[in-house]
Design a protein around this ligand. Structure first.
Ligand code: SIN
Length: 527
């Protein structure tokens, strides 16, 4: 049995393409890396599982953190990032992020990204756990969309880059711990294809979609982590999922993100009785680190016996609201909520994955020729809890570094051509994948959510055990493959969460509510 693959195939029978670089994913990390690779002279193919703009980047609101302010510096940015990371950040990785970040952001501006200004310079906002105003934003609260627009446009102009949409990556083609390309499923034609490359870059985004309540686009199902793990790559820090404190909590509405910048501009959190509660939980009140705010909200819900708290900005001037939060304002209005006069009902929701495919500081994974950047990767830069608005910056900085390292790797490259096949998986099973997916995401919210305990995590692992035999079956649809990947990734999260018998950053255990010095270390899994 070879559970290294998701379906039976033989590369000799399939359509094949070959490039120097293959980038999987089209968010900030993927497209920036693709542009850098093309600039370095390589031919590049980008595969993306839906449309190019269907990414986590496109949905990012608050902004991109960068030490541009007069009273700011990379050293201060570093300090805040390390504090948020709760003792688990790789200090060197954080140093790279904060020092190289400003240059990468200037490059983005050079490509055409327009960030909001206040008449004197960039308008910088504050978010949770930042000691300075250092968050650049665009069109008020649509920062990610502006970055996605610019990178998509640049990519479309670039003759060296081909983008294939609706291509779902099934598995990596790895032999002797070297990656030679991928097997992908073209949803339009319903066929599998082989994409060969010397350098394969995973930039597939996060895994919020493993949870029923999340702020992510629907593509965020942790595929990159699952396929890398199946192929034998090391994954790290899988227990650290960040739950954003304030997602819209209205019956019938998606958990739309209500940006942290809303609190940064002076919004108050109030419980169901209308009382402001954050000052009693943390000296930074509404701007405390995300995990603290998220747990405080859940506690207030329990105390008041309500499933709601409210984010109140009715005291801000309508001009500020219009200028800073046009997107949030418009979305809430669709649900008959006027944020100028109505407090916004909010609740925590899964938002960001700190862990992922383990990399070094230049994006190399434990498999030769396989690199990773952005949310699916883990260079250790976010530790146990990511500082607000450091994620877009991470995609840029570490994406850019990959191409610098890959150029060296390519100098000594000895081309080899292998064929790959799998014919021993069992026939497609009779499984209602839509129902299984629903069961999985509800279970993840309940047992592997912002508040965890040993018995819940064991129940989660029993759930995964029950579906293990599915890994021995060939699956013929993209939806089925996605659910298989979700099972794989969810199990890694639950297993790491059970192993870590302490609370730290985004990982909170009621049965071990404090951090433990002995646990100031990482959990690394390898298949
Ligand atoms: C937000 O706007 O609150 C999200 C920013 C982030 O996740 O860093």
């Amino acid at each position: 049995m070879n559970e290294k693959y998701m379906l039976n195939f033989d590369t000799r029978e399939l359509f094949q393409e070959e490039d120097e670089y293959l980038v999987l994913g089209s968010g900030i990390a993927g497209l920036y890396t693709a542009l850098k690779a093309a600039a370095a002279g390589g031919s590049v193919t980008v595969l993306t599982k839906q449309g190019t703009m269907d990414t986590g980047t496109d949905k990012a609101q608050g902004g991109i953190a960068v030490a541009f302010g007069d009273f700011d510096s990379p050293a201060l940015h570093q300090e805040d990032t390390l504090v948020a990371g709760a003792g688990l950040c790789d200090v060197e990785a954080v140093g790279v992020l904060v020092r190289e970040g400003p240059g990468r952001v200037r490059e983005l501006i050079g490509m055409g990204a327009v960030f909001d200004s206040d008449g004197h310079g960039f308008s910088l906002t504050r978010e949770g756990a930042h000691s300075r105003r250092r968050i650049l934003h665009a069109s008020g609260d649509a920062t990610g969309a502006e970055i996605q627009r610019v990178l998509t446009l640049q990519t479309s102009y670039n003759k060296k880059i081909k983008v294939h949409e609706d291509h779902y990556v099934v598995d990596l083609l790895v032999r002797d711990n070297t990656c030679y390309g991928v097997l992908a499923f073209d949803r339009a034609s319903g066929t599998c294809k082989v994409f060969r490359a010397r350098v394969v870059v995973l930039a597939t985004g996060g895994l919020g979609g493993l949870y029923e309540h999340n702020t992510n686009p629907e593509i965020a199902t942790g595929d990159g982590i699952a396929i890398a793990f199946r192929a034998g790559a090391e994954v790290m820090d899988m227990e650290f999922v960040q739950f954003h404190p304030t997602a819209l909590n209205l019956p019938g509405a998606p958990r739309f993100l209500i940006s942290e910048a809303v609190r940064g501009e002076g919004g108050y959190l109030r419980n169901a009785k209308g009382q402001r509660f954050m000052p009693k939980y943390h000296e930074l009140a509404e701007l405390a680190p995300r995990d603290i705010v998220a747990r405080a909200i859940l506690k207030e819900m329990a105390i008041t016996g309500s499933n709601q708290v409210f984010l109140d900005i009715t005291h801000l001037s309508p001009k500020v609201i219009e200028l800073r939060f046009p997107n949030i304002s418009m979305t809430c209005a669709r649900y008959n909520l006027d944020i100028n006069v109505d407090p916004i009902p909010v609740a925590p929701a899964a938002h960001y994955m700190m862990g992922g495919v383990k990399t070094n500081l230049v994006g190399e994974t434990s498999i030769k020729g396989l690199y990773a950047c952005g949310e699916c990767s883990c260079p250790g830069v976010h530790g146990a809890n990511r500082l607000a608005s450091n994620s877009l910056l991470d995609g840029l900085v570490f994406g850019g570094r990959i191409v610098e390292a890959a150029r060296e790797f390519l100098k000594g490259y000895q081309p080899k051509r292998h064929e790959f096949a799998c014919d021993w998986l069992l026939n497609p099973p009779e499984v209602d994948f839509a129902a299984l997916r629903h069961e999985l995401v509800v279970m993840m919210d309940q047992k592997v959510g912002p508040i965890r305990n040993s018995s819940g995590l064991k129940e989660a692992l029993d759930f995964f055990e029950q579906w293990r035999s599915l890994q021995q079956n060939s699956v013929a649809t993209a939806d089925g493959m996605e659910v298989k990947n979700m099972l794989q990734t969810g199990e890694l999260v639950a297993e790491a969460a059970l192993a870590r018998s302490e609370s730290r950053g985004g990982h909170y255990r009621v049965d071990y509510p404090e951090p433990v010095k002995l646990w100031q270390k990482h959990i690394i899994f390898r298949r």
